[in-house]
Write a protein that binds this ligand. Sequence first.
Ligand SMILES: Nc1nc2c(ncn2[C@@H]2O[C@H](COP(=O)(O)OP(=O)(O)OP(=O)(O)O)[C@@H](O)[C@H]2O)c(=O)[nH]1
Length: 231
Amino acid sequence: MHRLDHEDLNGGAVDATPLHRHGRALRVGIGGPVGSGKTALVAALCRALGEELSLAVVTNDIYTTEDADFLRGQAVLPDDRVVAVRTGCCPHTAIRDDITANLDAVEDLVERHDPELVLVESGGDNLTATFSYGLVDRQIFVLDTAGGDDVPRKGGPGVAGADLLVVNKVDLAALVGADVDRMAADAARVREGRPTVLASVRTGPGVAEVAAWVRAEIAAHADRAAPSDVA
Ligand SMILES: Nc1nc2c(ncn2[C@@H]2O[C@H](COP(=O)(O)OP(=O)(O)OP(=O)(O)O)[C@@H](O)[C@H]2O)c(=O)[nH]1
């Protein structure tokens, strides 16, 4: 597969089209506030899709490799298909502003495994953290009921603009006094037709829907890929 150097993305003389948009791997970013269930969702997607798809994962943590260690510990993928990026800074910087380390990690996985799907999990951050579309093709934003049922109403780039919104931990809603129907209605209003899934990643509901969305995006991505662009 042809490689796209970072210089190319930054205005070099060669074609600046991000080649991964036309290549085999669909790159899906998974972002959202601290503790909302991003790593749990990555693990659940690996379990749901791992038998039918070639998969790889990049995790982002500020100082540790905890999320990658967790995924390796759960044995959701072979260890060498999980790569950790230590951002050393606000997670959103590494997925939106200076994406070099993440691009290196993705390209390394693509070169070694030629996967059909690369999941890039952001470190936990606030509601403004979104991925650069130079790094990913699609993004999922994960909220949880325990973070407050007024969060979807507040909108913001992740909640309103992500390709898929997941409202996780619906199993905890009654315990924390969160009105899931209100969260779904507010999400529908601010997202203007973009899909939302209500989920309990830990107990199962919603995971199949998210996996179906990913499958559909992979199929659409493959349809768009021009044969001449695919190695
Ligand atoms: N009850 C419940 N707990 C969940 C669910 N999903 C995740 N959790 C728990 O919530 C905690 C945080 O989940 P993680 O997947 O680590 O969240 P994260 O968004 O990756 O966290 P950071 O990477 O630290 O931002 C863990 O204890 C999970 O087991 C869920 O659907 N229901």
